[in-house]
Design a protein around this ligand. Structure first.
Ligand SMILES: Cc1cc2nc3c(=O)[nH]c(=O)nc-3n(C[C@H](O)[C@H](O)[C@H](O)COP(=O)(O)OP(=O)(O)OC[C@H]3O[C@@H](n4cnc5c(N)ncnc54)[C@H](O)[C@@H]3O)c2cc1C
Length: 146
């Protein structure tokens, strides 16, 4: 269980990298792809997706940094690593999904990188304990304080 606590920070970091890659690809593409004589980033439906993606990526990174800081201090990180892993992996799947959507039909093909981000992100909600198991760990830890 001690090893899993540390491993979950690694999977959370993997998820964060995937999310950042998907976000960067989508943000760049949204400024290159023109529809109705303007870049699709001009459409609020697209820019609001990017705003959500950027916010959730930052939130995931902060959870990971907290878990890392505690781990470096050799403190118990059962709760913090489960939260970081659960949140970052779910964010990675959501961000990759939105990135595919922003790429439209191109996102579904292997000509562009986002379909791979989408496939790779899904591992992060499963390996080192599924999201359901993280929630069991988180609930057990928070409830033990009352
Ligand atoms: C690409 C990949 C690489 C992997 N690498 C490794 C590795 O290097 N080392 C290693 O040891 N393992 C590895 N795994 C295995 C991984 O850790 C397991 O797949 C994961 O823990 C889920 O276990 P399971 O597949 O047996 O699913 P199951 O336990 O059968 O779960 C199936 C579903 O039931 C849910 N579920 C199960 N129990 C509960 C419960 N008590 N309450 C609520 N829901 C529950 C799960 O959340 C899931 O949705 C890897 C998996 C993948 C996909």
């Amino acid at each position: 269980m001690y090893v899993l606590d540390g491993g979950r920070i690694s999977i959370a970091s993997l998820a964060l990298g995937i999310a950042k890659g998907a976000f960067e690809a989508a943000a760049k593409y949204s400024k290159e792809r023109y529809q109705f004589d303007q870049p699709i980033s001009n459409f609020q439906a697209i820019s609001f997706k990017l705003a959500d993606m950027a916010t959730e990526i930052d939130a995931a990174e902060l959870l990971i940094l907290r878990a890392c800081e505690l781990k470096n201090q050799h403190k118990k990180v059962t709760l913090e690593s489960a939260m970081a892993k659960y949140y970052a992996s779910e964010v990675a799947v959501k961000v990759a999904n939105d990135a595919v959507q922003i790429f439209g039909g191109n996102g579904y093909t292997k000509e562009f990188p986002v379909e791979k981000f989408y496939r790779d992100s899904k591992l992060c909600t499963i390996g080192e304990g599924t999201s359901e198991i993280q929630k069991i760990v988180i609930a057990r830890e928070v409830l033990s304080k009352f």
